[in-house]
Write a protein that binds this ligand. Sequence first.
Ligand code: DC
Length: 207
Amino acid sequence: MVIAIDGPAGAGKSSVARGVAAALGFTYLDTGAMYRCVALASLRRSRPPGELAEQISLDLGRRVLLDGEDVTEAIRAPEVSERASQVAADPAVRRAMVAEQRRIMAHGDWVADGRDIGTVVAPDAALKVFLTADPRERARRRAAEMGADPETVLAEQMIRDERDRNRPESPLRAAEGAVQLDTTGLTLEQVVERVVALARSERAAAR
Ligand code: DC
């Protein structure tokens, strides 16, 4: 069974996805980390990102390995976030990432988070959730995580949101049949509980 969790940066996707995966005994797939690895590779090597996306080897366990190197922290740097949003608009990069994500999730129980999981990667997912939150709240959460200035984070977030929403290739939007959940003012536990309850009722209905 696949649970797809999409939404803009800072809506709480990765914390929610990790919490849901732990509660249900599913495996978590961080698809944003995959785009971030392509971005890091393209900052280091002057090759077309589409070509790099085909060539790199990724290991997405508890630590993220790019061609065998632990890049778990390196892929969270602001310049990588910015480059990730650019490479994610490249159709050749998306093709390679989507194929890899489908291959990974072909068997077993998964919670995947990203921007296009419910719309493109796994439109047949048993449960699709679209998480949102007020932009100021999202920037505040990210800034607290990174120890950065909330106003700067908000300004950068607006540019990336805009790019993710308006790119011609797989723009960020809620999938058909997705449950929309506004996390503003909710605790992580409340959101996890709600998604777990939805997943359990999907599973019961499928039996
Ligand atoms: O979720 P994140 O911030 O780690 O994602 C990094 C970038 O990759 C962000 O600009 C959105 C993009 N992305 C995407 O286009 N599709 C996905 N499935 C996941 C991330």
